[in-house]
Write a protein that binds this ligand. Structure first.
Ligand SMILES: *Cc1c(COP(=O)(O)O)cnc(C)c1O
Length: 362
């Protein structure tokens, strides 16, 4: 058996070990079926039972109200950047966006192909994003078809500590890097979407949670694959869905359910992030630039006092079994992503390594 390392990748990220073991045990033949989940017809009774159970478990752990559909799609969060305006603008043509980091910038650029975009908040300062607007500071215009924001900016490690109040205007959230990290009130959202590869499962699956009244309004000429109604009416089986990703996501949902649900997940996540930020703040060797009020629980960027030590930090961390800590090229330094599947012991090991590295190089 090869040993596993603590992988701090921002995405695809770690998956829970018990999920990998279970999938490994079932990879050649799923529960007496004589075939791998990868080899099953998506319309056969075996896969249908996997699909239904996964959706039921996600609905249970997120407490998704009945007037929302859950779609299991492909195309990544990046396809949702286009799908949202194609389906939600109706005849309004206007949409409001929060600009709080690299991913919301991409969402805005894509929406501009289809919509008149109003940026209602822009937190870029000196080329950096280190905060979000204060709660209540943004006023939303009544003529917007929807408001879009990114609750957790994966690259900058900036997170909204609140859900924006948009009144009657549907709120759309790119939750790719924070979904399932804690309980959220789904009823406050029109659409929640997430690429799976951070906190749900493998890359290739995209989960969309959408309120019923927002389905069926795609603009003329929308390709079938970009129309929420076509996917909703077909139970996400208009074409072949990402079956294996759906199955693995189901194993992840089941694990969360059995381990105390999202409340338990939130406690662990808050503790993991809290101790890493505390270690960074207690040292003058490491620093994190983000406003403490909106520091991400999931992605913790940090820099070393001397960037000349970055390469040896990364090489020695790797020796210690701590991998993929290099920061995004746009931010520099390091980034430790602490998704649900990162064990607390991995965070403890990182903190111990950082202290030791500082002692030797500080
Ligand atoms: C990773 C990420 C994306 C991109 O997801 P893809 O599935 O690769 O398209 C978009 N938004 C956020 C917040 C992300 O973290």
């Amino acid at each position: 058996m090869e040993t596993r390392k603590y992988n701090f990748s921002a995405g695809p990220g770690m998956l829970p070990l018990d999920v990998l073991q279970k999938a490994g045990g079932e990879i050649q033949s799923w529960r007496g079926s004589g075939m791998s989940v990868m080899e099953m017809s998506h319309r056969g009774k075996e896969f249908m039972s996997i699909a239904e159970q996964a959706e039921a478990d996600l609905r249970e752990i997120m407490e998704i109200p009945d007037n929302y559909k859950v779609l299991f799609l492909q195309g990544g969060a990046s396809s949702q950047f286009a799908m949202v305006p194609l389906n939600l603008l109706c005849n309004k043509g206007k949409a409001e966006y929060y600009r709080t980091g690299s991913w919301s910038k991409k969402a805005i650029a894509e929406a501009k192909r289809f919509a008149e975009v109003t940026v209602v908040a822009d937190t870029e300062s000196d080329g950096k994003f280190t905060s979000v607007p204060a709660e209540g500071a943004v006023v939303h215009g009544s003529d917007a078809a929807y408001v879009h924001y990114t609750p957790n900016e994966t690259i900058e490690g900036v997170e909204f500590p609140y859900i924006p109040d948009t009144g009657n205007i549907p709120l759309v959230a790119d939750m790719s890097s924070t979904i399932l990290s804690r309980p959220i009130d789904v009823s406050k959202f029109g659409i929640i979407y997430a690429g799976a590869q951070k906190n749900i499962g493998p890359a290739g699956l995209t989960v969309v949670i959408i309120r019923d009244d927002l389905i069926g309004n795609a603009r003329d000429g929308t390709p079938a694959m970009f129309d929420y109604k076509i996917h909703a009416d077909a139970g996400s089986m208009y074409n072949t869905p990402p079956t294996y990703g759906w199955y693995l996501a189901g194993l992840v949902f089941d694990g969360i359910k059995r381990n105390g649900g999202l409340k338990a997940m939130a406690e662990i996540n808050q503790r993991k992030a809290g101790k890493l930020y505390a270690a960074i703040d207690a040292s003058s060797f490491y620093s994190n630039p983000v406003d403490p009020a909106c520091r991400s629980w999931m992605n913790v960027p940090f820099t070393l006092a001397d960037a000349g030590l970055d390469a040896s930090f990364l090489a020695e961390a790797k020796e210690a079994g701590l991998i993929t800590l290099k920061g995004h090229r746009s931010v520099g330094g390091m980034r430790a992503s602490l998704y649900n599947a990162m064990p607390e012991a991995g965070v403890d090991a990182l903190i111990a390594f950082m202290a030791d590295f500082e002692k030797r190089n500080g």
